[in-house]
Design a protein around this ligand. Structure first.
Ligand code: E4P
Length: 217
């Protein structure tokens, strides 16, 4: 499973990218707004640091507007992937953009039907939002299992990005469910690599080593 970071914060991206673990980045208008900087500057900064795909979202909601924005975003860097919302105009835009060779990530997927249509329209990536489904009292993870099954049934090429990941359990189970990619908020990342028993174990080893070094020969 590939590991993406779901953030537009360049410091966070640099720090985690330095570990050699970042396969790509996803952003959205909310994440860009948090940075308080010019959209183009933020995306160009990220694409200069990360080699993998970097999703940048259109804000137009009509077909023509989406196409115009998508062409502009795709020209910012070779690794920009245009994020398109899952709507009727969005599907049409994905179809056109895929014929132009522009990579797309269809966002805000909440059902198998939506994922299947986006994949058939030619999306490079589809992004089911598991955390937001859980928030509604439903089971977000089952959407990942079902989308995996459906895409495999019909040999559809779209890659599944498990999005809206909120905790370690989400991250671990998306791998088991067969998501191609998990996109993880930077704030969750330290929780993925750390464990209190690891800290306790290191503490114990260090204390025993100190006793060993001070032993009487
Ligand atoms: C993914 O592409 C989205 O940016 C993101 O995962 C949304 O997550 P949220 O539901 O925590 O806002």
């Amino acid at each position: 499973m590939k590991f993406f970071l779901d953030t537009a914060n360049i410091e966070e991206i640099k720090r985690i990218n330095n570990l050699g673990l970042v396969d790509g980045i996803t952003t959205n208008p909310t994440l860009i707004a948090k940075e308080g900087k010019d959209f183009e500057t933020v995306i160009k900064e990220i694409t200069s640091v990360v080699d993998g795909p970097v999703s940048a979202e259109v804000v137009a909601l009509d077909y023509e507007g989406m196409i115009e924005e998508a062409r502009e975003l795709a020209a910012w860097a070779d690794n920009v992937v245009v994020k398109i919302p899952m709507t009727e105009d969005g599907l049409k835009a994905v179809n056109t953009l895929s014929q132009e060779g522009i990579k797309t990530n269809v966002t805000l997927i909440f059902s198998v039907a939506q994922g299947l249509l986006a994949a058939k329209a030619g999306a490079t990536y589809i992004s089911p939002f598991i955390g937001r489904i859980d928030d509604m009292g439903d089971d977000g993870m089952s959407l990942i299992y079902n989308l995996r099954l459906v895409l495999d049934n019909f040999d559809l090429d779209a890659e599944i990005i498990a999005a809206s990941i909120r905790h370690i359990g989400h991250f671990e189970e998306t791998a088991e469910a067969g998501a191609d990619i998990a996109t993880v908020p930077g704030s969750l990342f330290p929780k993925l690599w750390s464990h209190p028993l690891t800290d306790k174990g290191i503490e114990g080893f260090m204390a025993d080593w100190k006793v060993y070094q001070n032993r009487d020969e």
